[in-house]
Write a protein that binds this ligand. Structure first.
Ligand SMILES: *Cc1c(COP(=O)(O)O)cnc(C)c1O
Length: 394
């Protein structure tokens, strides 16, 4: 058997080869999709003595599956963690993380621009059923977290960069604050992917990805992943996943393994196109403001340089005009299709704040007329022409 530690030297080797054991499946260069719900044993004692964490022991598909395991080994290696767990969605991963480290009356500090459904989960389910409380911070300055944590704080939730206004948090500084107060730091790393940011290296405890975005990369699956360094925390998360039942299916896991093989080359192209388009929009007379951390004008460019090695294809911009005019721009775009999500091959446009009231827009830090685009793989020139044409209606 090949020494797998050789593959840990680079992300490219991890996505190409790590976690795969060709000798266990007739030396097929691509692993099979293990579409089985259970595995059988020689004796009853073998069954009872089987170790759920052992790489070569499988018992029941809600606990572990060999195809899922390959994905998890790759995700853990990419994030420089000791373990990872794959879930049926990003939200299954996120809610399992929250419910594992929080308890009744836990206090959570969360950034204002965190993923909407996660905030709804905290505000509604966690408050109503667990009497938990949440303090929201803008999160641009580490002091905001220092001021918000209390003795009851069990969790700090980050998303850097966040996915609408693309704001950053200082992961290392916030992790230092969390350590002092015995709180866990959770970070949504979906925008950067592990290619451009490794938050566990900066002190975060739990890294979450929606694999529905860049990790899958082809807009054909829903999935999520958690990666951690601490083995005790990993054991708790693993037990909760088994009890909540949110493991990903083997078919989806296999598609993500396939997506990962090209992730680095894809995000490089998404980045190049987004940089080109961000600069184009920044110089456009009908555009008031561009939100993209790759731009020198981004207020946190220095922090971005310190903790990220790149950016990907998501950016937002505010037009010189009303929300109704922004809707017209979205309608006139031909290559940027109107739709949520991002991270796939295709360009998309949405207006995340179009139906937020003024107070909510102030809280979130961007107005109703903000358009969020995902720059796909169609090529920068045709995408810029599409934007130019649509903006001409203003
Ligand atoms: C889509 C998304 C999620 C949720 O992932 P699902 O796979 O849809 O559950 C979480 N965080 C961010 C930033 C997202 O864009």
């Amino acid at each position: 058997m090949t020494d797998q530690s050789e593959y840990l030297k680079s992300d490219k080797l991890v996505t190409a080869h790590y976690g795969e054991e060709y000798e266990h499946y007739y030396n097929a260069v691509v692993p099979p999709i293990f579409m089985n719900s259970l595995n059988v044993f020689e004796t009853i004692d073998d069954y009872y003595d089987s170790d759920k964490t052992d790489k070569h022991t499988y018992c029941y598909g809600r606990v572990q599956n060999p195809t899922v395991r390959i994905l998890e080994d790759k995700a853990a290696a990419l994030e420089h963690g000791t373990g990872a767990l794959a879930f049926a969605s990003g939200m299954a991963a996120a809610t399992t993380a929250v419910l594992t480290v929080c308890k009744t009356k836990s206090h959570v500090v969360c950034i204002r621009n965190a993923y909407g459904p996660l905030k709804t989960f905290l505000n509604e389910y966690c408050r109503e059923h667990l009497d938990m409380s949440v303090t929201y911070v803008k999160g641009d300055e580490p002091e905001e977290f220092e001021n918000a944590v209390t003795d009851q704080t069990d969790l700090i939730i980050l998303e850097s960069p966040s996915s609408v206004v693309l704001s950053l948090q200082d992961i290392q500084a916030v992790s230092g604050t969390a350590r002092k107060h015995h709180a866990y730091v959770y970070i949504d790393n979906s925008f950067c992917t592990p290619i451009y940011q490794k938050p566990l290296e900066l002190g975060a405890d739990i890294v979450m990805h929606t694999t529905s975005k860049y990790m899958g990369g082809h807009s054909d699956i829903i999935g999520g992943v958690l990666a951690v360094k601490d083995e005790e925390l990993m054991a708790r998360l693993r037990q909760q996943r088994e009890l909540f039942g949110g493991i990903i299916g083997p078919m989806e896991a296999w598609l993500i393994i396939r997506g990962l093989r090209t992730m680095e080359v894809r995000v490089e192209r998404h980045q190049a196109t987004a940089m080109d388009i961000a600069a184009f929009l920044e110089n456009h007379s009908k555009v008031r403001k561009v939100y993209y951390p790759g731009l020198l004008s981004h207020p946190q460019y220095e922090l971005m340089k310190r903790q990220q090695s790149g950016n990907t294809g998501l950016l937002s911009f505010e037009i010189e005009g009303s929300a109704e005019q922004a809707k017209e721009v979205a309608k006139r775009l031909k290559l940027f299709k109107i739709g949520v999500s991002w991270g796939g091959f295709e360009s998309l446009v949405c207006m995340p704040h179009a139906r937020q009231d003024e107070e909510a827009c102030r809280f979130l830090g961007a107005d109703q007329n903000v358009l969020r685009i995902h720059c796909g793989l169609e090529g920068a020139d045709v995408l810029k022409a599409d934007l130019e044409n649509a903006l001409a209606c203003l």
